[in-house]
Design a protein around this ligand. Structure first.
Ligand code: IPE
Ligand code: IPE
Ligand code: MG
Length: 246
């Protein structure tokens, strides 16, 4: 396993024990721009650049599952021009992604795709299908994602199956619920990282974070470098996870 990428060397030595799934809440773009007297859109652009850097670094250090909160079901409440900027950045990413998606990376979108333009939905599905057989790293991107929305969506599918006689209510288990989430077949979050100083989940992977370790930092997402990720990974390795046992 290559511990460090050629371009992104870090001073820190990474621990042997890396989390199976690292979740990132990419927060603080707006404040990053405000601090510089720039419009919020600049922060989103910078945040998108940082996202690509961090994805590459995660692959270099051998992480297997990474997820990024890019746009929540609640973020539609923002002013139209801000939503449009974020959607444009998302579109650029989807159109261009094959040029910078590292080899052997599977791409999965978490969230309700139906809110996006038809052509964008098609591109997202095609990308998921075309990369479904890749095994080195799973890259999950949460767009129009909400944890409550996800669980509600799973409940509806299970209710329909029960109504159709495919399952009985007692067949519904924690596993079958998990199998109907957007993250079906993917591991729960081990380490959840939230930059920008906010100490909350904001509806991100609420089921999958049930036993996650949380790492909060005041650094804003556009300033969140590979070295910041190293710090989180080192801190994670020090934690004692008990899962309710002793
Ligand atoms: C995160 O940055 C990006 C999205 C939520 C889309 P913010 O835009 O929330 O930045 P702050 O929290 O206002 O600084
Ligand atoms: C969470 O950030 C959503 C994303 C980073 C995509 P928000 O900025 O929307 O969260 P709140 O409003 O501070 O809780
Ligand atoms: Mg925010």
């Amino acid at each position: 396993m290559a511990l460090f990428g050629k371009k992104e060397k870090s001073e820190l030595t990474l621990p042997e024990k890396l989390p199976e799934h690292v979740g990132f809440i990419m927060d603080g773009n707006g404040r990053w721009a405000k601090k510089r007297g720039l419009p919020r859109s600049f922060g989103h652009r910078e945040g998108a650049k940082q996202f690509k850097k961090i994805v590459r670094y995660c692959k270099d250090i051998g992480l297997k599952n990474i997820s990024f909160y890019a746009f929540s079901t609640e973020n539609w409440q923002r002013p139209d021009d801000e939503v449009n900027t974020i959607m444009e950045l998302f579109r650029d990413y989807i159109v261009d992604v094959r040029n910078f998606l590292s080899e052997n990376t599977r791409m999965i979108f978490l969230g309700d795709k139906s809110a996006f333009d038809a052509d964008l939905q098609e591109k997202m599905i095609k990308l998921e299908e075309d990369t479904a057989h890749y095994t080195e790293m799973n890259l999950m991107m949460a767009v129009n994602y909400g944890g409550r929305d996800e669980i509600t969506h799973a409940a509806r599918i299970l209710a329909q199956k029960a109504l159709d006689g495919e399952i009985k209510p007692e067949d519904i288990t924690e596993q079958s619920v998990a199998d109907h989430l957007y993250t079906a077949g993917l591991p729960d979050v081990d380490l959840l990282i939230r930059p920008s100083g906010e100490l909350r989940l904001s509806n991100y992977l609420i089921w999958q974070c049930a036993y996650a370790e949380y790492y909060f930092t005041d650094v804003l997402w556009p300033d969140f470098t590979p070295a910041e990720l190293d710090k989180a990974l080192i801190e994670y390795a020090r934690r004692n996870r008990r899962f309710g046992g002793v």
